[in-house]
Write a protein that binds this ligand. Sequence first.
Ligand code: SF4
Ligand code: SF4
Length: 372
Amino acid sequence: MSPSARSFRMFQILYRIPRMQRHVVAFYRYSTPQKLKNVLLVEWERTRQRTILKSLPYMATVDLGNVCNYQCALCPTGQGTQGRPRGLMTLEGFRRMINDLIPYLYKIAFYNWGEPLLNPQLCSIISFTHTNRIGTAVSTNLSRLPKEGAEGLVGSGLDDLIVSLNGLSQETYQIYHRGGNFDRVVDHIKAVVEEKRHKGAHNPHIEVQLIAMRHNEKEIPLLKEFCTRIGADSYRVVPMLFNDIVPRSEDATLQELCTEWLPRNPRYVHPYYRPFLKGRTGTGAIGSRLPQGSGSCFWLWRSVVINWDGGVAPCCILFDQSDDFGNLQTEPFAAIWNNPYFVASRRHVGRKRRGALEPRTFCIRHCTGWPY
Ligand code: SF4
Ligand code: SF4
């Protein structure tokens, strides 16, 4: 491994530590002998770069719908360019699609390309998952509460509530969260905090998450005090990441995006984008700049993404229906997990890659591994 690849790997490990804490809790809370055995098999098969797997994923992302009431500037859902019909997952559909994975999953993240609180069955879906001893997380703009209110959210058994808050005043908040009302979100956070207090509940753990951008970097030093004041359990500043793996010709160039959105303070900028701050443009997207065959993508072994319509995607970067690897409405999960799309993609990111790969999945066309 070259020195630059080594330092990138080190950054990846350090960057993941705070994020991993939440998952560690789920591992502790929801483990069973069957799940543990599967995790060990997953990690063994990943280390060996196996392409046809006996193990099943132990984490999942389930998108409850690709709809949103905001029009955030860089989001395909907010901008109406998501490449998949709009819709919401139903409780019945979820139960059917997740059934085969229930004995193996430690955690489900109920968010990807939409606002999960717009799904009227959110609390029932979380309750069902919680009853089946699987950890749950929701990331939301919290501009609305579910129809059952804060009580429903706390009573559902939700483990993690991540509130996306990219500004600490209406003035900065609305620059990225177009259509958003800052005070309303703060009121909703306080309502959940109050409901937890009322019930004496520890969950959900409330994390306020701020993506560092040019217009909000001056507010980052205020975040800790703000979160303490409103009663959030933790906060996290995350570096801005453009979904520049997904090529869309109508988009601004990466240099233009960096100039408009990246904070000036390099401390808040992902190392891959720092050259852009100095006007030195890099080449290609983040995901295509990893060393070929770096084996850095864990998604294809550990995790899976299920869209509201049953479409199975290999990771959370993809949103276009044409990039799906299969569909759970028509096939069982076991048939999809080792189908030619997954097998070819695992060969592509694996260290033992040889020869031409078919079918030409998104991973093969555009990505060399998980870059974040
Ligand atoms: S709140 Fe989230 S899903 Fe909605 S437009 Fe913004 S980034 Fe997209
Ligand atoms: S190789 Fe890239 S596109 Fe494919 S699953 Fe991994 S991170 Fe996602």
